[in-house]
Design a protein around this ligand. Sequence first.
Ligand code: SIN
Length: 408
Amino acid sequence: MNNAVDDVVIVGGGLAGTLTALELSRRCAEASITVLTASSLDVCASMMAQGGMAVPRVDRADDAEVHVADTIAAGNGHCDVDVVRSIIGDAPRLVHVLETGGVRFDRDVHGAPSYACEGGHQCARVLRASDATGAHVMQTLHAELRRQRNVRIREHCRCMSVRVRPNHVLLSCMNVHDGDHIMLTARSVVLAMGGSGQLYAHTSNPPTAMGDALRIAEELGLPLRDLEWMQFHPTAFATSTCSGTAPLITEAIRGAGAWLRNTAGERFMPRYDARAELATRDVVVAAMREEMEREATDRVWLDCRHLDRQHLVAHFPTFIENCRALGLDPTVDLIPVRPVAHYQCGGIAASIDGSTSLARISAIGECARTGMHGSNRLASNSLLEAGVMAMRCAERLAADIAHPTMIA
Ligand code: SIN
C-alpha cells in the first residue's frame, strides 16, 4: 500500500465512513484507503444509535410508498421527494449488504424481521438489534474494517483543514494526544464527520460532534444548506449528572407504549396531537417545551410504570441499565427527560452518492444535506441515509479509481 498518497481518505468512522471504506475496499482491493477518526473508532454517533434503521416492511408491498409519505410528512414538506424515494428504494440492498457483513437484526419466533414502531411512522418498520442497534452494527463493521489489508485506520487524528490542489487534496490534521501536526495527501477525500450537537448545552451526540465538517466545508467554499434545522430528540435523561452528552432514551419505548407526563402528573401529548407520544419529534418537543415553560421547569416525565417488566427487560436492556445507574426503576419511578440536540438535518449540499460541487471532495452521512430529511428527520431514517450514501459513494469512487481521468 502506498502511504505517501492515498487513493481515498475518509474522515469519520461512523456508519457512513466505515461502510464506504468497506465497500470501496471490496470493489478495489488495490486502492489505498485511510479512515481518520478524531477519537477512537468507537466514538461516533452511529455507535450510540439505539432505535434502529427504518426500512420498508418486507411483508407489505406498498410500504415503500408509505415510508416515503411518512418521511415527507415528518419533514414538513421540505424534503426532496426524488431523494427520499431513491434512498428508501435502496433500503433492501443496504439490509442485504449489512447482513452479508454479519449484522443480525432482531427476528420474531418465525424468523421474520421484528420491526419496532417509532414516532411519525404509520406502522412498525424499524429494524433493530435490541436497543443497542448502532453498537451492534458498528462493532460488526469495525471488526471487518480492521481486517482489510488496504485500509489504514488512524485514530485520535482530528482533521483541521482540507485544501484542494489540481491533482490531489491536502489534509492538515492534529494528533489529539500530543498536538503534533500530521499532513496527509489523497486523490479524493470523503467527509463523513457527523453533526454538531456539541455546540448545544444538552446533546445526545458524542464529544467529537463539534461541527468540524461545516467549518472545513465553509473554508473550501462548499455550499451549506438548511443549517437552521437542528433536530431535538424528545427523551434524554434529565438528571443533574446528565450534562454534556446525555444518555438517550430510545423513541421505541414510546412505540412500546410509554407516556409523557408533566410535573402535575398529566399525560399531556393527547392535548397536542392525535398521535400523542408517537407524533413526530418536532411536535413532541414543541409540546414538551410548552409544558416546561408553563410549569417553569426543565423536564417532563416518561412513564413506563404500566408496561410489562419482562418486555422492558427483554427489549430495552440499555434503557434499564441506564436507569439503574441513575438509581431509577422504570417500573416504579417516573423517569425525568428533556429534549436534547440530536441530529443536524442540514449540512454540506451533496447528492446521494456524496458528490459535492468539488470533484475531489465527497460528503456523506449527517454532515451532508441531500434533502432526505426536510426540516425534521423521521425517526431512524439516519442510519438508512448514511448506509445508502456510503454504498453509492463507494461505487462512484471505485469508478473514479478505475478511470482516473474522470476526476481531472
Ligand atoms: C432513537 O432510538 O430514538 C434514536 C433513533 C434516531 O435518531 O432516529
